[in-house]
Structure formats: structure tokens, C-alpha cells
Design a protein. Structure first.
Length: 159
């Protein structure tokens, strides 16, 4: 397993994985799928975009960027995507660990997740195992693809 910064040759596989998560409608707040133009703009605009490769195949990725601006720009935010064909192989864990290191390297002091869907038990378990603290619960903070609402649980860790 190798985690490295993305390059242009990675874009099509990255877009496919990202769009899979968006289309599932149960984890990411985005509703619009990426194409080659919007994907390049999106991934290039991040503070860092990392990809995970197994046998030269991209199996997951993460984006890292400031959670806010100005006086709150020292807090990072990240999103993680793992291909459905490769889930359960601890790829997400390696992506989170790498993003923590990268956030520290970029000078962030905190990594915060704004909208972890409450029923995403595997992500929540991973974050807690890695030392993240849940900040509370926001009732009906996430609209699922089927139109129902789910609670979200913000998390953070000091870097």
C-alpha cells in the first residue's frame, strides 16, 4: 500500500471513486458528480489530495483543506473515499493516519470532521480508535439520497 500526492494521470480513477461515494448519498454532502474538468479543479484546489495505491491501482483517496478562513484557518477538514471493491482492508485507516501527518506538516493545529453521519459506524469507530473526540450530535443534519434525514456527529483531534 502506497499513499502519495495525486497527479494528472490519477484523475480518472479518483473521479470514479469520489463519484461512487457521492452517488451512494450516505456520506458526502455533495450531490453533483465530478467530470474531468470539475474533478481537476476540485482536487487541485485542496491544500493536499492524497491517493492510496495497491498494485498500481488507486483504491482510495483523501482531500485536506482549511475548515474555515481567517482566524479559524488553523483547523483542517478532510474527506475520505475508498472504492467499494476495496473496503474492509484498512485503507481508510491508512488514509486518516496519513492525513493527520500531512495536516501537521502543513501547519494545521486541529483536524475536524463536520458531518460524520451517525449511522456510519465503521468511520465513527475508526475516528474514535485514532483519538478523535465527538463534539456532539446535530439532529437531522444530513439529507440522505432517499430524502430522509440522519443525525451528524462532528469530530476533532488536536494535532
Amino acid at each position: 500500500m502506497i499513499i502519495r500526492e495525486f497527479n494528472l494521470n490519477d484523475l480518472n480513477q479518483m473521479i470514479s471513486i469520489w463519484n461512487e461515494i457521492v452517488d451512494e448519498g450516505i456520506a458526502f454532502p455533495q450531490e453533483t458528480l465530478l467530470d474531468s474538468k470539475s474533478g481537476l479543479e476540485f482536487f487541485s484546489s485542496q491544500s493536499y489530495t492524497g491517493i492510496c495505491l495497491i498494485d498500481n491501482e488507486i483504491v482510495g483517496l483523501y482531500i485536506l483543506h482549511p475548515n474555515n478562513v481567517g482566524r479559524c484557518a488553523h483547523i483542517a477538514n478532510a474527506s475520505y473515499a475508498v472504492s467499494s471493491k476495496h473496503r474492509g482492508k484498512h485503507i481508510g485507516k491508512q488514509l486518516v493516519i496519513d492525513s493527520i501527518k500531512k495536516a501537521k506538516h502543513l501547519g494545521f493545529l486541529i483536524l475536524q470532521f463536520n458531518a460524520v453521519v451517525e449511522n456510519n459506524a465503521s468511520a465513527r469507530h475508526l475516528y474514535e480508535k485514532l483519538g478523535f473526540t465527538q463534539l456532539g450530535t446535530i439532529p437531522k443534519g444530513f439529507r440522505l439520497k432517499n430524502g430522509e434525514y440522519a443525525n451528524i456527529c462532528p469530530y476533532y483531534i488536536e494535532l
